[in-house]
Design a protein around this ligand. Structure first.
Ligand SMILES: [Mg+2]
Length: 263
């Protein structure tokens, strides 16, 4: 049985968090500096980038002297305040079409799922409900996230939508751990290897994401990349970036499993 490590991007791959990230930056800035985040700082590019990189840009755009010296303090505020934006996700955020079924189908390849947050989600219908390891091409997938979000923000985006129960967040890699996304791949691989005693080197690690930066992180580390065109980038752009497979969205669980079972 082929063991693979599947590392999901969060924003616009699994969820649309309804601006929860942007709101958290505003809350953290106001908390630390006692003033509103200047509008200019909200123009910082967030797509596919890590919170470490975004935070440095936001602080610089806001006119904070020596942003690099401030970034740890800012990240601590982001972590502390992240639970306050979970309600934005609960009220107006959405799991993207097929995301829950895809996570469930992959979780099913490694045995029975534990009781957890997923049991409060909608009933799973469609192909995912019948997925077994044979249907998944003999695949055994361990899955986590590789995200630009700090962990607390990733959880604030995933938990209200009932998605954390499918994921082993302990082996994930998060956006406060490095400015450069590809460096996060090494961290997640090492954590998964330590937890599992399995080597997830080379193409046994698969990144799934919606931006060319997700694809680039995979390519830079010898991993496979599956692009999902549910963010601001087209299928053509993701293919051009070098994705091994590009899907229009996650609604075709069988196709996703087939892509993961390939090499
Ligand atoms: Mg994304």
């Amino acid at each position: 049985m082929a063991s693979i490590l599947v590392l999901w991007d969060v924003d616009y791959t699994l969820v649309d968090a309804n601006g929860a990230g942007r709101r958290l930056y505003q809350l953290a800035f106001a908390d630390l500096y006692g003033t509103e985040l200047p509008a200019a700082a909200e123009q910082a590019n967030m797509a596919g980038r890590t919170d470490r990189a975004i935070a440095i840009d936001v602080l610089a755009l806001a006119g904070i002297p020596d942003p690099r010296a401030e970034v740890s303090r800012f990240e601590a505020a982001l972590t502390r305040l992240a639970p306050e934006v979970a309600h934005l996700v609960a009220d107006h955020g959405t799991a993207l079409p097929g995301a829950r079924e895809a996570l469930a189908a992959l979780a099913a390849t490694t045995g029975p799922m534990t009781a957890g947050p997923m049991t409060t989600g909608p009933m799973i219908t469609g192909p995912a409900a019948t997925t077994d390891p044979a249907a998944a091409g003999g695949l055994a997938a361990r899955q986590s996230v590789l995200t630009g979000n700090i962990r607390a923000l990733a959880e604030a985006k995933l938990a209200p939508l009932g998605l954390t129960g499918y994921l082993d967040l302990e082996i994930g890699a998060y956006g406060n751990e490095h400015e450069i996304r590809s460096e996060l791949v090494h961290l997640a691989r090492a954590r998964a290897a330590a937890a599992d005693g399995t080597d997830f080197g080379g193409r046994s690690t698969v990144l799934i994401g919606d931006t060319p930066l997700d694809v680039a992180a995979a390519l830079a580390t010898g991993a496979r990349a599956i692009g999902v065109a549910t963010g601001m980038f087209t299928a053509g752009q993701l293919a051009e970036a070098g994705a091994d497979v590009v899907l229009p969205d996650l609604t075709d669980t069988e196709r996703l499993l087939a892509a993961l079972a390939g090499d």
